[in-house]
Design a protein around this ligand. Structure first.
Ligand code: NAD
Length: 296
């Protein structure tokens, strides 16, 4: 099977590497010279353009920053879809608005090309270890066809519904994660300000009704857990600006669905303030510093 991989950044590069290690014939492309040079170090075959990479491919996978990049890649006369043969498959793993995913899928399906949205959870560590979770939107037939490539990059593949449903699922999950991070930070900051040891407080809350994923895996207070970004100066992990982007998508989805998301809106504003204060590149758990007096 021939695979074209477009977008070889923090996530795409290790994902393409895993496909290649699994024996697939992968040709990559990235618009950045630096990203191309890094992928070449992995031994990846590179094309001179996205069109060249896609021309012979059975499956085109993309992992791009945002919706505008995905639409520019696929749509219009100059887009890749206009030049792909019928029967091929497109798998977009970028996190974009559900409406963008549906537009790309409609154009693809009208041309006889299969298309799924397959955003991921698991971050750069999951991409490197091939343990990503894929949240997939599309027809059952296309999702089944995509399994052979998705299985080589991740360990959980969930079919959420029709085109765009993968993106909606991802947005709901990340909105909940942001709210959980802020709520957990608030409780920990209150405890610290009141003289509690954050390690002891975290352990007790973990075993009590306030227990949640952030306390289990991603404590925002430095040195409570050894391996978290908080204990490494908030480096690595999932950036504040990426969380801000996802919360913006959640807000736009809420407006379009006429849904009420009061805490999601507040979370977006808090992350926007944190980013404007110059912390956009820090891990999203650093929001604890906006909320309380936390060392690190
Ligand atoms: P990144 O910025 O590191 O990589 C994106 C790459 O796409 C860059 O190398 C860029 O040069 C390239 N690119 C942009 N436009 C292009 C085009 N038209 N043609 C070819 N290449 C192009 O971003 P990332 O961290 O790899 O994230 C990619 C996507 O995955 C985003 O949508 C992000 O929200 C999502 N995501 C990221 C993480 C994470 O932890 N980094 C986790 C889950 C989901």
């Amino acid at each position: 099977m021939k695979v074209a991989f477009i977008g070889l950044g923090n996530m795409g590069r290790p994902m393409a590497r895993n496909l290649r290690s699994a024996g697939l014939d992968v040709t990559g492309f990235d618009s950045s010279t630096e990203a191309r040079a890094k992928a070449a170090e992995d031994g990846l075959t590179l094309a001179a353009s996205a069109h060249e990479a896609a021309r012979e491919a059975d499956v085109v996978i993309s992992m791009l920053p945002a919706g505008e990049h995905v639409e520019a890649l696929y749509l219009g006369d100059a887009g890749v879809l206009a030049h792909m043969d019928r029967g091929r498959l497109v798998v977009d793993c970028s996190t974009v608005a559900p409406s963008s995913a549906r537009t790309v899928a409609e154009v693809a399906l009208a041309r006889g090309i299969g298309c799924i949205d397959a955003p991921v959870s698991g971050g750069t560590a999951g991409a490197a270890a091939a343990t990503l979770t894929f949240m997939v939107g599309g027809t059952t037939a296309d999702v089944e066809r995509a399994r052979v490539v998705l299985e080589k990059m991740g360990k959980n593949i969930f079919h959420a519904g029709s085109a765009g449903a993968g993106q909606t699922t991802k947005i709901c999950n990340n909105m909940l994660l942001a709210i959980q991070m802020i709520g957990t930070s608030e409780a920990l900051a209150l405890g610290i300000a009141s003289g509690l040891d954050p390690k002891v407080l975290s352990e007790i809350m973990k075993q009590s009704s306030g227990g949640n994923w952030v306390l289990d895996k991603y404590n925002p207070v430095p040195n409570v857990m050894e391996t978290t970004p908080a204990s490494k100066g908030y480096a690595g992990g999932f950036g504040t600006d990426l969380m801000l982007k996802d919360l913006g998508l959640a807000l736009a989805a809420a407006v379009s669905a006429r849904a009420s998301t009061p805490l999601g809106s507040l979370a977006r504003n808090l992350y926007a303030a944190h980013s404007l204060a110059g912390h956009g590149a820090l891990d999203f758990s650093s929001i604890v510093r906006l909320i309380g007096n936390v060392e690190g």
